[in-house]
Design a protein around this ligand. Structure first.
Ligand code: PMP
Length: 284
């Protein structure tokens, strides 16, 4: 694989970053994942805008490479012959040459890394037909989940808790209400109405979430942004998650209780189709 590190395109085993890198020592980095379908980037502008916001919220300088990100994404997709897959991007506060809690000088060069993941058939994964089984866990993350940082230990633990419970993923619960999945936004459906938690510091402002809610409204589905509980989810007609890598993915079981018939219903598969079709139209 050809990867990008601080201005260079290199074979992955030649790419190096410092042991003093702030993301390695402190989790002091932000990231984005953009999907590629048919060789084109889905929602690139949304991911770029959120990346800028993440940098601003953490008072990280914008690296000069910000203007070249689209070119770098495209070059990696080309060099690695990606038809369907993902582009991972990470920017850290750099490597000041020693370990210190205080942020380094603003002129410390950031570390910028991008790599691709090849995922043939990303849009027609069997999980989309089967649906996901979810286990609920307490949300023990920090209070700024709206910033897309590389501090992913608790979501990783959540994924392991899900595996241990024989499930595909976990939904996190805070004060009795679902926040989001380990790496996706969470939704329930009642009749023609889609219910999902409102945006705040408690959840990541999903790029897929924004697009899906827009397409849902255009398709005359109702959208209600409010808190919901696991008990309410168990009684829902349908449920689903969204993310850049999973698109719209049905949920068919929560804490052992079947949602609806226990198979993907009517609305969620339709929303998935709409999302893929509309996103591909404007992919770049
Ligand atoms: N919430 C969390 C915690 C996530 O990690 C992700 C995926 N990065 C999402 C939601 C979905 O965001 P997006 O649609 O932008 O991929």
């Amino acid at each position: 694989r050809t990867v990008y590190v601080n201005g260079d395109y290199l074979p992955e085993d030649e790419a190096k970053v410092s042991i003093f890198d702030r993301a390695f020592l402190m989790g002091d980095g932000v990231y984005e994942v953009t999907s590629v379908l048919g060789g084109k980037l889905i929602d690139f502008d949304g991911h770029r805008a959120r990346l800028e916001r993440s940098l601003d919220e953490l008072d990280m300088p914008h690296p000069s490479v910000m203007d070249d990100l689209l070119d770098i994404h495209r070059e990696l997709v080309r060099a690695n012959e990606i038809t369907d897959g993902l582009v991972y991007l990470q920017i850290t506060r750099g490597a000041p040459g020693d370990r210190d809690f205080a942020f380094p000088d603003r002129d410390t060069p950031p570390t910028v890394v991008l790599f691709t993941q090849n995922k043939p058939g990303l849009a027609d994964s069997p999980a989309a037909k089967q649906g996901l089984k979810i286990v609920s866990i307490e949300d023990l993350r920090w209070g700024r989940r709206d910033i897309k940082t590389t501090q992913l230990l608790y979501p990783s633990m959540g994924k392991m808790m899900a595996k241990k419970a024989g499930c595909d993923d976990a939904w996190m619960v805070q004060d009795g209400h679902v926040t989001e999945g380990t790496s996706n936004n969470a939704y329930i459906v009642k009749g023609n109405k889609i219910i999902t938690r409102a945006l705040s510091n408690d959840i990541l402002h999903g790029i897929t979430r924004a697009a899906v809610l827009r397409f849902a409204k255009e398709a005359q589905m109702q959208v209600e942004e409010r808190n919901f509980t696991i008990d309410e989810a168990k009684e829902a007609d349908e449920a689903f998650v969204t993310s850049a890598s999973a698109f719209v993915m049905p949920v068919v079981e929560i804490d052992g209780a079947s949602i609806g018939t226990g198979s993907p219903g009517a609305l969620v598969p339709r929303l998935r189709e709409i999302y893929l079709e509309e996103s591909l139209k404007v992919a770049i």
